[in-house]
Design a protein around this ligand. Structure first.
Ligand code: OAK
Length: 825
């Protein structure tokens, strides 16, 4: 609820004032961008009061803090979300209307802070929302990339990457905090000095290059609870301002170097998803934010506590995948070299402070750094890792005497490389996967040796999403309808949404539910017309696959099946066929050639299919440009079918699957990641499951025996589809899709034919698609299915996930914040 100091009139006046003071303009003269800024500053004022109250409450109550360490935070737009969480959206919308301003147009002015690639980064953002809403003290720690995820333009069907200068106009929801700046050191060497007084060696890092880390804080507003947590992202600057000073002193070269180093570190987010980039700069980025964040955490702790050996009682670091794993060695370094602890004490503290989440089993994502690079860039940190490794190998030897295979498989440093996952597991007190199946694969396959040696560390935390962004904000009509039927409790307790189940056979309710879906489909159709110039029929089935483009996610299976359907319709024009709109949205990593070719293929198929009058518009294919959090909200709300078709075992969890479910779209998917748990919640009969199981896939991978050529040779329809890739059907350049064709078969150009079992699952997928069609034709049956998907989505709230992290791993204290009187502010 909006409070007194934030009533409509005050709000309106403040917007007008901001336009005046910021731009020297009257409201009527302001551009949309200026209005966005002015309104955002007004909202930020309110947030700041709550932020201060929160800080005071935390100081009084001294709760344990989780530091969520992540290279990525895919936040999406803040204005609308902040207003909703403040409980002020409705009133602000009205106030703006009275000023002649459309809140939606204003929200569209905001750039999406896209400081992340995909699943891992968006999960971090959902977690921050849940932590604030549940009343836990938390910091997100990351990097303030000057350029976030690139903007995708589609030109002539190809992806073109355009820089995302999200900070260009100034970002209103951040606060620069130079008073908390920290120094981070790279390179140099370590000098060992014997300290007479203590009888200990001292390790002195010298000859390094220093960079200043300057934090920017973004508020994370809890839902109607006065709590505002902080996402702290670090900018880099040279230690000394580059100027005449250094020039005069002859330090010109050094000053330029420092300046460049700083600029480079925070310049750009690496656009890789599920793939490691072995670049030196990436390693610098990792150490940069890890070091600054841990220094800040220790400093904060020491302000009110004097025993560093009890750090773990008030602080926990959660490492979002292995990217921040340097945290282990950096914490050891600070505890020993700065705080004066000996190894054993430092290790005892560290191993109670750090925990690790694994987000993928894709081999190419596993972080391994060459010793040469690592030790050169971070000599002291490397030294500490060597010692951790030395001690760990002794443990392995004691546990498995004479078993050198174990050492080879488990060592942190082996084969000239530092293996970050091994470091995270050895030092972390908790290791978790992100869906039940994924955790089982970690335990029984990928991390088997570690699980055998330290089973107590392993646990599962099935991912979740925030219903506040992906339903309350993204699908406002459905949210209002749900609240009308079951009250508003679902907003902070999604398990309540199961109360909708009583409407599963209520014709009126089902009709209303589907009417809202239809309106959302109209909204998306409008967006597609505006952005793609393609007209789609909102009466057709909206069949959607939006996610990063990766071979394992099998967008290729989807588009090959579209080609197959197209062939069927052309061959049997009389065949009954329910009109379908296949909607894709995906960014490919800039260097991932095959993924980019698949985008081109989708667009080429779209060109042919959408413009072939002989199929009477039965199929449309649309590739939505620049898929990101803001258009995702529209897309989930409008989807009929949720395509979750990864090769079983490869998708650790998926979170898009949960967003579709929440918005009433049944899953068409494999038994992979969290799909397994989705089906468990909603029932087999309300999903469309197909394909090989994870066990079958893993079995083929371990023992061979899969032969896509056999399928090609014996299934004429599949063969036809593949032939069309190289016979000019979709491009006059018959070589354009040769690589894709080759990748599926045992050709001389392909070492692992059809690595992702596309042909193996094709028939099963086509058959599941048939089931989708017949289910959709039965309107009542479909409506019930759709509603039950929403009604059974309760488990997949990130509030549930976070509560599990708190109960099992972090052990945080719950905090309440009461609003101080306006007069005191
Ligand atoms: C990105 C870079 C390196 C390693 C993993 C990722 C990543 O985004 N993984 C994804 O994490 C999501 C959140 O846990 C999961 O839902 C996805 O399945 C997984 O691919």
């Amino acid at each position: 609820m909006i409070d007194k100091q934030f009533d409509k009139e005050t709000f309106k006046k403040s917007v007008k004032d901001n336009v005046k003071f910021l731009y020297r303009r009257k409201l009527e003269e302001a551009t949309q961008e200026q209005l966005f800024q002015a309104v955002s500053y007004t909202v930020k004022d309110v947030i700041i009061d709550n932020w201060l109250d929160t800080q005071n409450a935390y100081e009084e109550q001294d709760p344990k803090i989780v530091y969520y360490m992540s290279m990525e935070f895919l936040m999406g737009r803040a204005l609308g979300n902040n207003l909703l969480n403040l409980g002020a959206y409705g009133e602000v919308k009205e106030a703006l209307e009275e000023l002649g301003i459309d809140i939606n147009a204003l929200e569209d002015q905001e750039p999406d802070p896209a400081l992340g690639n995909g699943g891992l980064g968006r999960l971090a953002a959902c977690f921050l929302d849940s932590l604030a809403t549940l009343g836990y003290s938390a910091y997100g720690c990351g990097i303030r990339y000057r350029y976030g995820m690139f903007k995708q333009e589609i030109r002539d069907g190809y992806q073109v990457e355009v820089p995302d200068a999200w900070l260009e106009e100034g970002y209103p929801f951040e606060l620069r905090r130079p008073e908390y700046a920290k120094e981070v050191h790279f390179g140099g060497y370590v000098r060992v000095e014997y300290d007479q007084a203590t009888g200990q060696n001292k390790f002195i890092h010298e000859g390094y290059q220093a960079v200043k880390a300057i934090p920017y804080d973004m508020p994370i507003v809890g839902y109607e609870n006065n709590i505002v947590n902080t996402l702290r992202i670090w900018d880099a600057a040279a230690i000394e301002e580059f100027g005449f000073d250094s020039f005069d002193k002859g330090d010109y070269k050094k000053a330029v170097e420092q300046e460049n180093l700083a600029k480079d570190i925070v310049n750009v987010l690496y656009p890789n998803d599920n793939k490691m980039s072995g670049k030196e700069l990436r390693l610098k980025q990792q150490y940069f934010f890890v070091s600054a964040s841990i220094q800040a955490a220790i400093e904060k702790y020491k302000k009110t506590h004097n025993d560093i050996k009890k750090l773990h009682e008030k602080v926990v670091f959660q490492m979002n995948d292995t990217h921040p794993t340097m945290a282990v060695a950096e914490l050891m370094r600070l505890l020993m070299d700065q705080e004066g602890l000996g190894w054993d004490d430092a290790w005892a503290v560290t191993t109670k402070c750090v925990a690790y989440t694994n987000h993928t089993i894709m081999a190419e994502a596993l972080e391994k750094w060459p010793i040469e690079l690592f030790s050169r860039l971070l000599p002291r940190v490397y030294q500490i890792i060597e010692e951790i490794n030395r001690r760990f190998i002794i443990e392995v030897q004691n546990r498995y005497p004479g078993n050198y295979e174990k050492i080879k498989k488990m060592a942190i440093i082996y084969d000239g490389q530092v293996k970050m996952a091994h470091l995270a597991i050895v030092a972390g007190f908790s290791v978790n996967g992100v869906a039940r199946l994924h955790t089982e694969i970690l335990k029984n396959q990928e991390l088997k040796d570690f699980y055998e040696m330290m089973p107590e560390k392993f646990n599962n935390k099935t991912n979740g999403i925030t219903q506040r962004r992906f339903l309350l904000h993204g699908n406002q009509n459905l949210a209002a309808w749900i609240t009308d039927h079951i009250g508003p409790d679902w907003i902070t307790d999604l398990s309540q949404i199961s109360k909708l189940k009583v409407y599963a056979d209520d014709e009126k309710a089902l009709q209303e539910f589907m009417n809202i879906k239809f309106q959302n489909k109209q909204r998306l159709a409008k967006y597609i017309l505006e952005h793609n110039g393609v007209e789609v029929d909102p009466h057709s089935i909206f069949d959607v696959q939006v996610k990063r483009l990766h071979e394992y996610k099998r967008q290729l299976l989807n588009i090959l099946h579209v080609i197959y359907l197209y062939n069927q319709i052309k061959l049997h024009p009389e065949m009954e066929f329910y009109p379908r709109t296949f909607i894709f949205g995906a960014k490919a990593s800039a260097a991932y050639e095959r993924a980019k070719k698949i985008i081109k293929l989708i667009n080429c198929v779209a060109d042919v299919v959408n413009n072939d009058p002989s199929i009477g518009g039965k199929i449309k294919v649309v590739f939505i440009e620049n898929y990101r959090v803001s258009n995702a909200e529209l897309i989930f709300a409008a989807a009929d079918v949720s395509e979750q078709i990864s090769t079983a075992s490869k998708e650790a969890s998926g979170t898009g699957n949960m967003k579709f479910m929440l918005n009433g779209a049944p899953t068409l998917g494999t038994m992979d990641g969290a799909n397994v748990e989705i089906v468990e919640e909603v029932g087999q009969e309300n999903a469309f499951i197909f394909g090989m199981s994870a066990d079958q896939i893993i079995n083929y991978e371990n023992h061979g025996g899969y032969d896509p050529d056999f399928i090609y040779n014996t299934d004429a329809e599949i063969r036809q589809v593949l032939m069309q890739l190289i016979n000019g059907t979709f491009s006059s350049d018959t070589e354009l899709f040769r690589d894709i064709y080759d990748s599926l078969l045992n050709t001389k150009n392909c070492s692992r034919a059809d690595q992702y079992f596309i042909l193996g699952d094709f028939r099963s997928y086509a058959e599941a698609q048939k089931r989708v069609e017949s289910a959709y034709k039965d309107e009542k049956k479909w409506a019930k299915m759709a509603l039950l998907n929403t009604a059974c989505s309760g488990k997949f709230s990130s509030d549930r996930t976070i509560q599990e992290y708190v109960d099992d791993i972090w052990h945080l204290d719950k905090v309440t914040v009461t609003k101080s009187e306006a007069a005191e502010k």
